[in-house]
Design a protein around this ligand. Structure first.
Ligand SMILES: [Zn+2]
Ligand SMILES: [Zn+2]
Length: 377
């Protein structure tokens, strides 16, 4: 669900594209990197991290919902003298199938608690319990000290387990036209999940998390860092004692995550920039563990590079606007992306960039007679 940063010909294969290796390596103290197979545009594996402790293990991002991914996971765990039944906690960094898909089977087998952000959502449906937009860290301190604010009470309610609703791909996009559907392969996978029964269905989030929460896992403390942008519900985990940062798809080594305009956030790109700033400012990080590609060390540097990439894209959109004049999202997309990338994801990302410019005051938008948004920069 990510796209390439640029498209230079004949460059070596990117690390995120490498096929899943059979090797299970200890990338930090009691943290194992397990690579699970996926084949999505630009991605050849997803990293599932196993954090081991005296009671068993926690898995972060247990791969796709397919039987073959689950089988691979079982094999790799066996290499590390672990089995599914040892998994007491599953953490899902965000609502993409290559990250949460394996959770259902694991929970069914081991009864593991399932941790994800409270806003975890598989579609665009409005949530019954709206996301609480307070400073997560501040609220956490209040909760720790036993101080009950009204927000605290609401938050308590928001901590109750919930089951995300399956996604729907119908209706109109915010910019007019038809809804961008995910690739056929992925739609079939979602359908398959329905047939495969209980184990593969969307599991209940038994431990909804907020940014600033502390997850105690086997005597270690991980801070939950809410990093909306790639998805609204994205979280990272930070262990300041061991100086490790589990980055999910928020910060990847050589590619930039896809930024979707199809979220409840009116300006997802702004949210992403803020989340990058937040991650870059975190102290006590010497090892970044991304969901795709190899571990790396300089979190702040990579955050700045990704921000820079999007600033350049925004400049490119402004240049395109000078040539095009008033134009639809699709017209911008055709200039911004290569033809092989045209489609729902590219349109959605184009829309996110145009909306960011508009909300900065750099563009106007109106609907034409067909209901399509027309941007004028
Ligand atoms: Zn993702
Ligand atoms: Zn991913």
């Amino acid at each position: 669900m990510e796209k390439k940063e640029d498209t230079k010909a004949k460059r070596p294969r990117r690390q995120e594209q490498e096929r899943a290796s059979e090797e299970v390596s200890e990338v930090a103290r009691d943290v194992l990197r397990i690579q699970l197979p996926i084949s999505l545009p630009g991605l050849g594996h997803v990293n599932c991290y196993a954090i081991t402790d005296s009671e068993g293990a926690t898995l972060v991002d247990p791969g796709l919902p397919t039987p073959s991914s689950f089988k691979t996971l079982e094999l790799r765990l066996k290499q590390a003298q672990l089995k599914i039944e040892d998994i007491h906690t599953v953490v899902v960094t965000h609502s993409h199938p290559d990250h949460f898909g394996g959770a259902g089977r694991i929970v069914a087998r081991s009864g593991a608690q399932l941790v994800a952000h409270r806003s975890f959502s598989l579609g665009l449906q409005t949530d019954d319990t709206p996301e609480i937009s307070v400073n997560d860290l501040e609220a956490h301190r209040h909760a720790e000290s036993g101080y009950q604010t009204e927000e605290g009470v609401e938050r308590q309610r928001a901590r109750e387990p919930f089951t995300p609703k399956p996604p729907r791909w119908s209706g109109k996009t915010p910019w007019g036209g038809t809804s961008p559907r995910p690739p056929l392969k992925m739609r079939l996978r979602f359908r398959l999940m329905g047939w495969m029964g209980r184990a593969a269905r969307f599991p209940a989030i038994t431990r909804p998390a907020f940014g600033g929460d502390i997850l105690k896992l086997g005597g270690r403390e991980f801070f939950v860092v809410h990093t909306p942008g790639h998805t609204e519900d994205h979280i990272c985990l930070h262990d300041p004692a061991e100086e490790i940062f589990l980055a999910g798809d928020h910060v990847l080594p050589t590619i930039t995550p896809h930024i979707s305009g199809m979220t409840r956030n009116p300006d997802p790109l702004k949210a992403f920039f803020e989340s990058l700033d937040e991650a870059a400012a975190i102290k006590h990080v010497s090892q970044v563990l991304p969901a795709h590609g190899h571990p790396f060390d300089d979190l702040a540097k990579r955050c700045h590079a990704i921000k820079q990439h999007h600033e350049e894209r925004l400049d490119h959109v402004r240049e395109i606007a000078r040539d095009l004049g008033p134009a639809t999202v699709d017209a911008f997309m055709h200039k911004l992306f290569k033809p092989r990338s045209w489609g729902g994801m590219a349109a959605s990302e184009t829309y996110a960039h145009l909306e960011h410019i508009r909300q900065l005051g750099g563009a106007d938008a109106h609907r034409d007679s067909d209901g399509l948004l027309v941007y004028e920069l």
